[in-house]
Design a protein around this ligand. Sequence first.
Ligand code: PAF
Length: 296
Amino acid sequence: MKIGIIGAGSIGLLFAAYLSKTNHVVIYTKTLEQAEDINKHGIVLVKKDGKSNYNIKACPFDLWEGREDLTIVAVKQYQVKDVIERAAKINTKPNDILFLQNGMSHLKLLSKLEGNNLFVGTIEHGAYKENPFTVRHNGEGVTNLALFSGDRTSLTSFSSLVPDGFPVSLHNNYYEMLISKLIINAVVNPLTAILQVQNGMLIKNDYYYEVLKDLFSEIVFILNLADSKVYFRSVIKVCQNTALNRSSMLKDIEAGRKTEIDAILGFLLEEAQKQEKQAPIIKNLYLLVKGKENNM
Ligand code: PAF
């Protein structure tokens, strides 16, 4: 299958390296310099048991024409708008596009792409970009995928073409799939970013754990979740399984980058407003993360 990957951050590089084992992959970068680096060095995938090198063609994003069978959008949520604007202009054929963002606020932009087959996904891998062409795979997980609109044929083909060690799980209900991940990101990411701790500390430190529980209850109230136990268990499981990891939001703050707070807590605040509900913990955490971004 011909696959285009837009975005060469940790997830874009990780997907490009693995998928190139069983597909023909082109990666589209933000800068010409990064494309040149990847064309020169290949993509280096670092795992516990060693390094491998993958020869993958890279081009700057301006050259993306949507000609591949499937395009995987692996940019941050706040960069999705640029991809959608370009996709709406490309008239070569209806595009099959998979969006891999955290949060939910990118969904309202997808309606601009009528006539395309659109998929959404969430990622449970831990990945760290060491330099423009090197990614460390430090937590092996699953990619969850679901149809958002249109026809799911290329999603099904894609799921049968992933290499060993890079599993995908197909879901029937995209909303439920994204909500489960949103809850995890809404609890873990802002708390770790503000407290500047690894994920595991949220359950190891009794005081932080109290805040985690209160925040979780407020999220349940905003999302009107009837049975919240299963979601709570998955938050705790992520804190345990990724205990030594730094969340993506903490890494963004440490690197002086914009965070995905608008897609995560911003989305929950909009939901609270629609229902005329108060969400003081979410609001304060949202403002603290925004304040940290502003200090950069
Ligand atoms: O955004 C992240 O860092 C990850 O999605 C997660 C699951 C919170 C683990 O760090």
